[in-house]
Design a protein around this ligand. Structure first.
Ligand SMILES: Cc1cc2nc3c(=O)[nH]c(=O)nc-3n(C[C@H](O)[C@H](O)[C@H](O)COP(=O)(O)O)c2cc1C
Length: 326
């Protein structure tokens, strides 16, 4: 995996301590103390990171996707490192909603950070049933709809065309007043019409991107490395693609965008904010830099100061057009 940027939080050259900035973020009805969130599937139950830092400092914790029924996940091998990236084929392994509500949710309530529950259904009605089940539970800040998992059969069906996206969000919206984040797939020609459909149907925010479909090959065996053949690519290798999609989607919809993809330090986070993200999620970096999230949070004030920015609105979506500034 690539090394963090020089000048990342705490590194020599990061500059003197900056004045406090207001990092408060509004994602529709959801207000977060800061824009740093964890990405689903890469942060365990949050508890695993307690030895490293106070996880309650984060803007929000997004947990691994939960489904109606327990899932064992895909056959091994399920992870392979690639150049600057990680290819995974976990396949939504999780204990199912009943066990989740019984044993996991009480643990998550002890985290002291807003908790976003990520759900995936096998049909629009299944999504709606999950939302209905979680709606009365206390301590849930928002639902993130995983409409874009590349590692299960039909997992991306709900974010590869606008009608399907609209159907899922409409049915979920009918079952809950919780803030809704639609997590969309990059594995389409254009994410914008799908994002527009999700927002029109009641999503309060859109998160992009989920992983990019990829394949790793062991040529000697003439076999794919992963047990399922294909997997989802994450990590620094996907950052430029994610930045492009965040820029395009944030300009196309009238709702906040949460940027995800290869973020490992505060400079990466700033790139996403400037591109148009109102908040960011950190995924793969949690595996190799366990303090990545809190380092990013601590690194933001000095980066804001470098732009003369004191609040999120001074930074978010301020990307210039090279054709006009050249
Ligand atoms: C091992 C692994 C498991 C993941 N599991 C989920 C999941 O259960 N639900 C989901 O919405 N996204 C899942 N993702 C996707 C991440 O949340 C994120 O969208 C993606 O990894 C891109 O961000 P990153 O480059 O910072 O990792 C997973 C990613 C990885 C690497």
């Amino acid at each position: 995996m690539t090394a963090p940027h020089p000048g990342a939080a705490g590194a020599p050259g990061a500059g003197p301590a900056a004045p406090p900035v207001d990092l408060t973020v509004r994602l529709g009805p959801l207000t977060l103390a800061n824009p740093v969130m964890t990405a689903s599937g890469t942060y365990g139950k949050g508890l695993e990171f307690r030895p490293f830092y106070e996880v309650g400092r984060l803007g929000a914790i997004v947990v691994k996707t939960i489904t109606s029924e327990p899932r064992a996940g895909n056959a091994p091998r399920r992870l392979v490192e690639t150049a600057g990236g990680l290819l995974n084929s976990i396949g939504l392994e999780n204990p199912g909603i009943d066990e989740y509500v019984r044993t996991y949710l009480p643990l998550l309530r002890t985290l002291r950070a807003p908790v976003v529950i990520n759900i995936a259904g096998h049909s629009p009605d299944d999504f709606a049933a999950l939302a209905a089940r979680l709606d009365p539970e206390p301590g849930i800040a928002a639902l993130e709809l995983n409409m874009s998992c590349p590692n299960v059969a039909h997992g991306m069906d709900f974010s590869t065309n606008p009608e399907a996206a609209k159907d899922v969000v409409t049915r979920v919206r009918a079952k809950t007043g919780l803030p809704l984040i639609a997590k969309l797939s990059p594995n389409v020609t254009d994410v914008r019409p799908i994002a527009k459909a999700a927002v029109a149907a009641g999503a309060n925010a859109v998160s992009v991107i989920n992983t990019l479909l990829g394949i790793a090959i062991d040529w000697r065996r003439r076999m794919p490395v992963l047990g399922r053949g294909v997997g989802g690519l994450s990590g620094p290798a996907i950052k430029p693609v994610a930045l492009r999609i965040v820029r395009d989607v944030s300009r196309a919809i009238d709702a906040p965008v949460i940027g995800i993809g290869g973020i490992q330090d505060a400079d990466d986070a700033m790139e996403f904010l400037v591109a148009g993200a109102s908040a960011i999620q950190v995924g793969t970096a949690n595996y190799y830099l366990p303090t990545a999230c809190v380092d990013i949070l601590d690194g933001l004030p000095s980066r804001f100061a470098a732009l003369g920015a004191t609040k999120m609105g001074d930074v978010v979506g301020t990307l210039r057009d090279p054709l006009q500034t050249a």
